[in-house]
Ligand binder design. Structure first.
Ligand code: GLA
Length: 738
């Protein structure tokens, strides 16, 4: 039955958004319309009963007409209208040649699925639309909501089997996004260990570009984010549609341009090796696929996404539960690069004393503190404190860290086990494996099958105990390999592939339960660097480790790529030793500090070896960073000069939301032919406001005014001192509105 509702403000207008979010259904035209931020999204029920997208772009006037949902014509007998029509959630059946959102096999062998509109209901912040197969009792509820401030849509689906026999779901997307025929450039992020976040840009051509992970986890090699630029759109101008999938297991996003030049993006569970049996009455929930629109190029797209992540995705601790945004990350010290596995009470206390003197907020002890963990060959799984290294337990170290005015964090890798461990000797059946087959190791470790209830209980149990027995403010949660032999032999053979879903659901449930029981604890998602960064884990993790590569020059590109999809609020960036292990490159401490200050700053160097001058420089810059950190990590980011494509320079600028402050970073890779640093025309300032410039590090040209209007900084630009040249140089400035 059709249910009518008129304009409904589903979210109160926030201070920052001019208009509330609205959801509307026109019962005459059968068009649904969602409005939020500067975005309108519309879809309708077409004459065949399919749900068809009709508009996604800039926000329209309330009374503006919307095109009806008219099925696309058949171009030839080779191209069915069912394929050509931009369906919101297409079942595989009836001649669908492009990527389906849902593909099933029924118990009787039928594999035809055609989903038609059934009904809809309002929800607290959006809309549920129920689809049903032509004659089989397969129901799909499409969940929609739109964010009032950013216009980012959240979409997911619940698939329900009300037949009397089981069905197997072979492919299930969260959503399909459609763009009309046109010229587009596809942006996506790829990488490898120590080389994550490479932005790749390519012209869309006919056919499909598949972005995916088959690794059981998000992966370093591709990240579940995309952006499509229309025609000549650039960093600052033009239309961009983008999306990010909230799933930390095997995922797939298929971006295809069909034979009529239209583009469709379909994303959700990776259908490779997928097969989820739904018994009568059972449901499968897909992950959420978030989608947004920017009229201001890729820069506008990332600013929208950053704001959405900060205000809508990131978890809150007890202290920030009612705050408008999570707090900026404490400046951390992490022991890994200084000591690796050689941790001890005395050694960690020595580092903690040095760290406190620099103005560090949080001291984190990394790997090596537990079980018989001397190398990466042993100990994972045995989460008791190593008696040789900490004969008095962790308390003396934690107490000392607290006395020094810092809080304490600890490294864990809960989902893994070394075969050389008490846990594995006791429970060899707890790992992902196919009985009787070899068990492939990665970093000498195997993956515990978190989908199992006993493993779920063990992992939650030891973490809960650790947090109950020790005053721990922060967990660095690591995950240092991908899956192999993903068997789950507790289940009947036909059901074992459920591991791809249940493992991740249990991971989320452990994280959520730990946060509930320990509401002050914060968590970092690390996976040998940036192997598990997505909008699924970011509902439970306050921050992420973008890469094990801490070379400050490499980091400029890594951090640049990262910010296309994720906010600097979660982008941890440590200053480590020089020359750097990755490239043997020597850089100054000032350069290393400024590279890391672009994100959430940390120190990971062996600070015991720092000279008094180095310690004084770091202390001064940490203090300067503390003053402007909210602007850097939660402000509006403008990538002024990209470090990509062999650029000699790079520069970024962030502007506080109320435009009262801005921070600029400028980096030189290697000056060539005596070229000076380009004039930096700033962005996003209040043109009428008067801004005073203060150097954090480095100098501007002598003619630079101490104070000038926002219009001056944006139109004339910031000129660097002519001595700002050489190799691996960095400068930073703040502007404060008077
Ligand atoms: C991974 C992490 C590192 C460090 C080591 C410890 O590689 O990314 O930061 O914690 O594990 O073994």
């Amino acid at each position: 039955m059709m249910k009518t509702f008129t304009w409904v403000a589903v979210l109160a207008a926030t201070m920052l958004s001019a208009q509330p979010a609205m959801v509307h259904f026109n019962s005459n035209s059968k068009i649904f319309r969602l409005d939020g931020g500067n975005v309108t999204y519309a879809f309708g029920v077409n004459a065949r009963g399919e749900l068809q997208q009709t508009y996604w772009g800039g926000r329209l006037g309330e009374a503006d007409p919307l095109p009806p949902a008219t099925p696309m014509r058949e171009w030839a007998s080779f191209d069915s209208s069912y394929s050509n029509t931009p369906q919101e959630y297409a079942g595989w059946g009836a001649g669908l040649f492009n990527e389906p959102a849902l593909k099933l096999t029924f118990a009787d062998g039928n594999r035809d699925l055609v989903l038609h509109y059934e009904s809809h209901t309002e929800t607290a912040n959006g809309l549920d639309v129920i689809l049903k197969d032509l004659d089989r009792k397969i129901f799909v509820t499409l969940h929609y909501s739109i964010d009032a401030q950013t216009g980012v849509l959240s979409r997911s689906a619940t698939i329900e089997n009300r037949e009397s026999a089981p069905v197997t779901v072979e492919q299930a997307a969260a959503a399909g996004w459609s763009l009309p025929a046109g010229r587009y450039t596809l942006n996506y992020l790829t990488g490898r260990w120590a080389g994550e976040w490479t932005l790749t840009q390519e012209t869309m051509h006919h056919g499909a570009r598949v972005l995916e992970s088959r690794r059981g986890t998000t992966g370093q090699q591709a990240n579940p984010w995309f952006a499509l630029q229309a025609g000549d759109a650039s960093e600052d101008h033009g239309e961009v549609w983008f999306g990010a999938l909230g799933w930390s297991g095997s995922w797939r996003i298929t971006v295809e341009q069909d034979q009529l030049d239209a583009v469709r993006v379909t994303g959700g569970f990776n259908p490779f090796d997928f097969g989820y049996v739904l018994h009568p009455g059972e449901k499968l929930e897909t992950p959420t696929f978030y989608g947004g629109y920017s009229a201001h190029g890729l820069g506008g797209a990332s600013r929208i996404l950053h704001s959405f992540e900060v205000h809508n995705i990131l978890p809150r601790t007890q202290a920030t539960a009612s705050a408008p945004a999570p707090r900026p990350r404490p400046v951390i010290y992490n022991s890994w690069e200084a000591t690796e596995f050689r941790v001890s009470e005395a050694g960690q206390i020595e580092l903690a004393e040095k760290a406190a003197a620099l103005g560090i907020d949080r001291f984190v002890m990394d790997d090596g503190w537990f079980g018989q963990r001397k190398t990466d060959h042993l100990g994972l799984g045995d989460w008791y404190v190593n008696q040789d290294k900490f004969p008095r337990g962790l308390k003396p170290l934690i107490d000392r860290v607290h006395a020094l005015g810092m809080d304490f964090g600890l490294w864990v890798e809960p989902e893994m086990v070394n075969p050389d461990s008490d846990l594995y000797r006791k429970h060899p059946d707890w790992v992902l494996n196919f009985p009787g087959r070899p068990r492939t190791e990665g970093r000498n470790q195997l993956v515990l099958n978190l989908a199992r209830q006993d493993v779920h209980e063990y992992v939650l149990g030891f973490l809960d105990k650790l947090l109950n027995e020790n005053d721990i403010a922060f967990l660095k949660w690591d995950y240092n390999r991908n899956w192999s032999e993903p068997g789950w032999d507790q289940l009947p053979p036909a059901e074992q592939k459920k591991v791809y879903v249940e493992f991740i659901r249990n991971l989320y449930s452990i994280l959520s339960e730990l946060r509930r029981r320990h509401p002050k604890v914060e968590i970092e998602s690390c996976s040998g660097g940036g192997g598990r960064v997505d909008l699924g884990i970011l509902r439970y993790a306050d921050e992420v480790w973008p890469s094990d590569n801490t070379d400050p020059f490499d980091r400029l590109t890594i951090q640049d790529g990262f910010t296309y999809a994720y906010t600097p609020q979660v982008m941890m960036a440590w200053v480590t030793d020089s020359p750097h292990w990755a490239n043997k490159r020597a850089t100054s401490l000032s350069y290393r500090m400024l590279s890391s200050m672009q994100g959430s700053l940390g120190i990971g160097a062996n600070i015991s070896k720092w000279t008094p001058d180095e310690a004084a420089l770091a202390k001064r810059l940490i203090a300067a960073y503390h003053e402007v950190q909210p602007t850097i990590v939660q402000g509006e980011l403008y990538r002024l000069i990209s470090p990509r494509n062999g650029s000699e320079f790079s520069a970024t600028q962030t502007v506080k939301q109320d435009k009262s402050q801005s921070v600029v970073f400028a980096f030189i890779h290697s000056t060539q032919e005596g070229r000076g640093f380009p004039l930096l025309k700033l962005k996003g300032l209040d043109p009428q406001g008067q801004y005073a410039l203060t150097p954090i590090e480095g100098k501007t040209a002598p003619s630079t005014p101490a104070t000038a209007s926002g219009a001056w900084w944006m139109n004339h630009g910031l000129e660097m001192d002519q001595d700002f040249r050489g190799d691996f140089q960095a400068a930073a400035f703040r502007l404060d509105r008077k």
